[in-house]
Design a protein around this ligand. Structure first.
Ligand code: ADP
Ligand code: MG
Length: 248
């Protein structure tokens, strides 16, 4: 079995603060993992470590059987690049380039790589804008879009690189409630297309709806994990129950 993501004994410290303590998990191809848990429990740090936005302190991360870091030793720069190119990440605050149009935001990274013709890139960018329902916004600038539209552009931009794995860090937390639905619908469609995804979210009904498994993180570890029916319907740990009561 080739896992999409394999993490063993992942440790991450910031100075004397141990943010991730021996986190281990696997994600199978096509699986959708919702990551829930209180603020400060290490959710973002875990996701960022997978795509090498953080250097971990110890442990192993393998992506599609290739070691990004093996027992604390990182692969070479070219190898790291090859591995992280298989992944895309979508952030809470969109991180679009404000001085570029929607289309230019989508096309910047693939054009920089210069492995494809401009025409092939344009075909894909227009397809992806259609997929996220924003064909009419190709020439708009981010400042003229709603939060929900910006986040859908950010998702299309991540998809431009044709990743095998997508990571979402609270993709709707910066949005007004009436705009979350349009973003969650796009993510749900990706789930139905069998994209492998890890989604940090506070949207419990969404997690219940789309996730194959839910990880409850608390205090730098995955305290409890299981199918959504179990985590939301019959959590085993008192701290999971307490957390779920608080967010409802
Ligand atoms: P979550 O996403 O679950 O809210 P984070 O992964 O952002 O949690 O943070 C976990 C802990 O790590 C928090 O205590 C946070 O303050 C700390 N932390 C995160 N990033 C840094 C950093 N760059 N430097 C120091 N501490 C950090
Ligand atoms: Mg976070």
């Amino acid at each position: 079995m080739t896992y999409s993501i394999e993490v063993k004994q992942l440790k991450k410290s910031f100075g004397t603060l141990d943010v991730l303590k021996q986190v281990s998990f696997d994600v199978a191809p096509g699986e959708v993992i919702a990551v829930i848990g209180p603020s400060g429990s290490g959710k973002s740090t875990m996701l960022r470590s997978l795509i090498h936005l953080e250097d971990i302190t110890g442990g192993t991360i393998r992506i599609q059987n290739q070691s990004l870091v093996d027992d604390g030793r990182y692969a070479g720069a070219a190898e790291i690049r090859k591995i992280t190119d298989r992944m895309g990440m979508v952030f809470q605050h969109f991180n679009l380039f404000p001085h570029l149009t929607v289309l230019a935001n989508l096309e910047l990274a693939p054009k920089t790589l210069k492995k494809e013709s401009a025409r092939a890139i344009r075909t894909r960018s227009m397809e992806l804008l259609a997929k996220v329902g924003l064909s009419d916004k190709a020439d708009a600038y981010p400042a003229n879009l709603s939060g929900g539209q910006k986040q859908r552009v950010a998702i299309a931009r991540a998809l431009m690189m044709q990743p095998d794995i997508l990571l979402f860090d609270e993709p709707t937390s910066a949005l007004d409630p009436e705009l979350t639905g349009e973003v969650l619908r796009v993510i749900k469609q990706l789930a139905q297309e069998n994209m492998t995804m890890m989604i940090v979210t506070h949207e419990m009904s969404f997690a219940r709806d789309v996730a194959d498994r839910v990880f409850f993180m608390d205090n730098g570890e995955i305290a409890e994990e299981g199918p959504p029916e179990q985590i939301f319907g019959a959590p085993k740990l008192a701290r999971t129950q307490t957390f779920l009561q608080r967010v409802d």
